[in-house]
Design a protein around this ligand. Sequence first.
Ligand SMILES: [Ca+2]
Length: 175
Amino acid sequence: MEESGVLKVNIVRGKKLVVRDFMSSDPYVVVKLGNQAAKTKVVKSCLNPVWNDEFSFNIKERFGVLELEVFDRNRFTSDDKMGHAFLNLQPLVSCSKLRRVLQLTTGETKLRKVAPEIDNCLLTGSFIMNKNGEIVLDACLKLLDVESGELYVTVKFIEHPTAKNLEKPDCKMHI
Ligand SMILES: [Ca+2]
């Protein structure tokens, strides 16, 4: 069975971001997953911004790779790049399957540790957790192609209810 559900991505905060104006920057983040995209608010004149913006992405067949890009908002010129990062979501798929096999619904359980690899921008190893039936990863990502900068994001996968709940309207299949 393919995994389907909702991926919730919370762009929590940024740290040590680069200066793109005279003294500071006005950072915001663009989040992409396949052909779905979202954008955080702009935090003015701040190199350690707190966005705490959460977005939902529909997952139908494949998880793919989550892409994040940071920009400095400018009023009169085009926005400047402040680095980018990515995160392969495949370990979340495995953990979602594992959670189902173990029939974990309540409580908090560590399912798997993900380490910094070439297919992610993790700064440190982090555990994928089952939290009351949701698959959760708190990640600290190092920004690429820039002098400095880190992004803190929380990625949460909530599996669609399976067969027994299929008559519910929010589980209708689009064909
Ligand atoms: Ca600016």
